[in-house]
Design a protein around this ligand. Structure first.
Ligand SMILES: NC(=O)c1ccc[n+]([C@@H]2O[C@H](COP(=O)([O-])OP(=O)(O)OC[C@H]3O[C@@H](n4cnc5c(N)ncnc54)[C@H](O)[C@@H]3O)[C@@H](O)[C@H]2O)c1
Ligand SMILES: [Zn+2]
Length: 348
């Protein structure tokens, strides 16, 4: 399938060291066997170094390989790899095609299937990026077999997020299978495929009508993505993206309850699922005041508009503006999460 997608064009295949170690030999053998003109480059970038110079490094590799306007850049890796490669593809020669082969859970259901890409800049998460739809995304859940539990959990957070706001059936499926997906006992089972399929379908269903975010700034899939960017950056990336999303989901859920939009039974189901999957529901070093300030910074950045996604049940949600939230709401919501902590998670 990958060879068909590349279609004999000269291609630059970008991967990262871990994926290279696990799959590099097979990938090279496959590309050699299928007889194309694809060159594999290993780019040693991580979340902490997902920066613009990583993009220009890939552009330099593309130039050295003699890539032309029709030559694709293929990313085989996690979200860091697909983000850097997608942005490089958008910029190199004013835009060349790119193909995503996501190898992480986050990649399979989120980073690898959307049309956006971005790098961190000036202390801000995903500050520079473009909309550059991939030509193809090849989703192979087999990659999850080698993914460490922490990264399976990290991806599961995005799936839980989606389930809460748009898909009650997926939520029930995750209640049954989430912990087994994290500990690996559900490996290669139909349940994992079901979770991935429903997550991808749900995500694309939300993205498709408003692909370039020009019609409506209110996106349900942004649930869990308001406070999380601040938490990620404040932890200096010790907290992973999905882990921060889980904390934001928990906080937004408590906020919904504080302002009277969510009942206690649904709140308990959400918090319990996160915790059963081993996801922490707050990051102790970050205070309510810092979270409030981060909200204000976002609002300034978005021309005074806030669209905080909060659940109103399982599979349904609404948006809150700045008028609905004040520092006391955040303080009370965070306090509830702190009091209810039943686990300690450490971040290396
Ligand atoms: N563009 C978007 O729409 C979008 C959406 C969501 C997330 N993102 C971005 O994606 C990034 C997070 O993605 P991620 O969680 O994939 O992180 P990642 O790319 O850092 O990968 C996580 C870890 O897993 C390793 N890895 C990758 N595939 C593996 C495999 N099959 N087996 C074993 N190890 C493997 C990697 O080497 C890395 O250490 C963040 O930078 C986030 O901002 C982008
Ligand atoms: Zn995300």
């Amino acid at each position: 399938l990958l060879a068909d997608c590349i279609g004999g064009r000269r291609a630059l295949v970008v991967t990262t060291p871990t994926v290279e170690r696990l799959y590099g030999r097979r990938l090279r053998a496959y590309l050699a066997r299928t007889g194309g003109d694809a060159h594999v480059a290993v780019v040693g970038r991580t979340e902490a170094t997902k920066q613009l110079d990583g993009v220009t490094d890939i552009c330099d590799l593309a130039a050295a390989r003699g890539l032309e306007r029709s030559s694709p850049i293929v990313a085989v890796g996690g979200g860091v790899c697909t983000d850097l490669s997608g942005l490089a593809a958008a910029l190199y020669q004013r835009g060349v095609p790119h193909i995503n082969v996501p190898t992480t859970f986050v990649g399979l259901i989120d980073a690898g299937i959307g049309v956006k890409n971005a790098v961190n800049h000036g202390g801000r998460k995903s500050a520079l990026g473009t909309f550059h739809p991939p030509e193809n995304c090849l989703l192979d859940p087999g990659f999850l077999d080698t993914l460490p539990a922490r990264h399976r959990r990290n991806g599961l957070a995005e799936s839980i997020k989606l389930a809460i706001v748009v898909d009650a059936t997926l939520f029930a499926l995750l209640e049954r299978s989430g912990p087994a997906i994290v500990d690996g006992s559900a490996r290669s089972s139909p349940i994992v495929l079901d979770v991935i399929r429903r997550s991808v379908k749900g995500m694309l269903g939300e993205l498709a009508p408003n692909l370039f975010e020009v019609d409506d700034l209110r996106r349900k899939v942004d649930f869990g993505h308001t406070f999380s960017a601040y938490i990620e950056m404040a932890s200096e990336h010790r907290v992973l993206h999905g882990e921060a999303v889980a904390m934001d989901v928990a906080l937004s859920t408590e906020i919904a309850m504080v302002v009277g939009l969510l009942d206690v039974a649904d709140r308990d189901r959400i918090i319990a699922l996160l915790r059963r999957c081993g996801l922490a529901t707050h990051y102790p070093p970050v205070s309510a005041e810092q979270l409030w300030r981060s909200l204000r910074a976002i609002v300034e950045h978005r021309d005074g508009e806030l669209h905080l996604v909060v659940p109103t049940g399982i599979g349904v949600c609404t948006f809150l503006g700045m008028d609905a939230i004040d520092p006391a709401v955040i303080r009370v919501a965070l306090e509830r999460l702190r009091r209810n902590t039943i686990q300690t998670v450490t971040y290396e």
